[in-house]
Ligand binder design. Sequence first.
Ligand SMILES: [Zn+2]
Length: 119
Amino acid sequence: MDELTVAQQQQLQHKLSILKEELQLLLTESVASSQTVDLDQPIGRLSRMDALQQQAMAKANRAGHQQRLILVESALLAIKQERYGECRRCEEPIGYPRLNARPESPFCLDCQQQSEKIN
Ligand SMILES: [Zn+2]
């Protein structure tokens, strides 16, 4: 894989800062919406199960957003430290196509697939 050009890195940095704002917004909103589900309300068994399910989904979404935000923030830090676009594991360039699809990727495709096999 080729290393990023200056223009590509700038474009990805821009994407990352937008992504960071979006995730922060989503996390703020999900705090507000999870507080509106009051399980002590007499709402019947089925709707109570719905509410619980929704709450569990919101919680899972939230965990996913939080995890992604951490990756986005560390990618932004990597740009500052001039090591963005480099795989954290094998230190090879991750490559623009992959970063364009997921700018917060800390690993190249090979290393990502290997770590998914282990888990
Ligand atoms: Zn790698």
